[in-house]
Design a protein around this ligand. Sequence first.
Ligand SMILES: NC(=O)c1ccc[n+]([C@@H]2O[C@H](COP(=O)([O-])OP(=O)(O)OC[C@H]3O[C@@H](n4cnc5c(N)ncnc54)[C@H](OP(=O)(O)O)[C@@H]3O)[C@@H](O)[C@H]2O)c1
Length: 288
Amino acid sequence: MLPAMAAKPQIAIVGPGRLGSALAISLKRAGYEISEIVSRNNAGSKQRARSLARRVGARVSPGDNARLGADIVWFCVPDREIASASRQLASIVSWEGKTAFHSSGALASDELNALRRHGASVASLHPMMTFVNGSIAPLQGVPFAIEGDKAAVLVARRVVKNLGGEAFAIRKQQKAAYHARGSFASPLLVALLVTGEQLARKAGLSAVEARKKMLPIVKQTIANYEALGPAGAFSGPIVRGDAETVGKHGRALTKTPEARAVYLALARAALRYLPARNRAQLKKALGR
Ligand SMILES: NC(=O)c1ccc[n+]([C@@H]2O[C@H](COP(=O)([O-])OP(=O)(O)OC[C@H]3O[C@@H](n4cnc5c(N)ncnc54)[C@H](OP(=O)(O)O)[C@@H]3O)[C@@H](O)[C@H]2O)c1
């Protein structure tokens, strides 16, 4: 075995879902041995674990039968399950000398207190990236917010570096706000786009056509946001001060109340945070 390989600890993944699958594959590519995929004790979960385990050369165990011989146990279960899954695994092995991670963006490492009490060093490390079924997101340059016990944080920083990510320290109290901010960058961005799709039929398009026709402008907007910043990337009737056009939009949206509410909330936020002409008329057009 190469010396660099020998230095890398074995990792067990608990939860073969979106993050667990992407991480297991990325960790394997980065030279880590994935020893075990721990699933729930139901057919669907075990099946998902089996297909992931095949890809990364790991064994599969349902939670009540986990071996947990790895140096690092990484909980990739939903936020609400982290504390109970760690309690379930706390008395299966000795945790002295082991490291346990979870990757919730909003919750602190304290969710793993059951393992801490059994001697594990614990940390939370959250990648600011979206993981979905059918796509392995690259981790190069992805920021990982880390907090927890000193020893676990050191291990976490090394793993993140080997994955190509950028580790940074976060305070427990800052996590919820940081994670809420992240919601705007991916899940709520998708929610915004799908809300826009509700207007497709009114505009004479199917949802699929509307999606296809919107993609060039969505991609260019993100590119402009990156290159020019928010003010430089902001175009449309608000920055121009075309209050009548904004009023027309409001009327066109009366039959899609959710889309109207989202439009008004975002247009008011734009008036507050972005450049605009004719602010008084725009405010009036927005019902303020
Ligand atoms: N997805 C993302 O973009 C993303 C990004 C950053 C951080 N995270 C964090 O990653 C964690 C997992 O999120 P996710 O999106 O990957 O969720 P997910 O796709 O729902 O996957 C969760 C997995 O955990 C399994 N599971 C649930 N309880 C378990 C238990 N007690 N023992 C073993 N496995 C259990 C589930 O089994 P079943 O298949 O039977 O339901 C499922 O396979 C969360 O803390 C989340 O905040 C996610």
